[in-house]
Design a protein around this ligand. Structure first.
Ligand code: ZN
Length: 155
């Protein structure tokens, strides 16, 4: 899915990596004549490309970015005390990944466009929801689950 460039950093080899709003990194090398990105060479060029969107296949593959840390864990939810917004539809925040851990039973997590796919959560299968998508939960009792939120270290 399309993600905005929010920052840049250099990898161990000194190549530029764009940090995307989902917290995934994507190389933006200038390697003429194969890849032409002369803008990446200068600070002004990089700044001008902030906010530009790149396609992030690691979001499509639901890979939790390695450097994220656990920010918060919710209390256990069972049918009857599931927050209304989880049933009705809730958007994940920029840079924040949501993980649903099912301890008992089953739920279907419906993630809307542009992601558009149902994710099944069971005690053997966790659900990972990328940032900036709308999702809702369809409980299949008996059910017990909790949520974890992951984000970049230091806020
Ligand atoms: Zn991504």
């Amino acid at each position: 899915m399309q993600r905005e460039i929010i920052d840049y950093y250099l990898d161990e080899e000194g190549d530029w990596v764009a940090l995307l709003s989902c917290q995934h990194g994507q190389h933006v090398r200038h390697q003429p004549p194969f890849v032409n990105r002369p803008w990446v060479i200068t600070q002004a060029g990089r700044d001008a490309m902030l906010g530009t969107k790149l396609n992030c296949v690691r979001c499509d593959r639901l890979e939790l970015p390695d450097h994220l840390v656990l920010l918060q864990r919710t209390a256990e939810c069972r049918p009857g005390d599931i927050p209304e917004e989880l049933l009705g539809g809730l958007a994940t925040k920029p840079g924040i990944w949501t993980r649903i851990l099912v301890q008992e039973g089953c739920l279907v997590c419906r993630v809307r466009e542009p992601f558009a796919r149902p994710l099944i959560g069971t005690p053997l299968e966790e659900v990972l929801i990328p940032p900036e998508v709308l999702y809702s939960i369809e409980p299949h009792p008996p059910l017990c689950f909790y949520l974890e939120y992951y984000g970049p270290p230091h806020g």
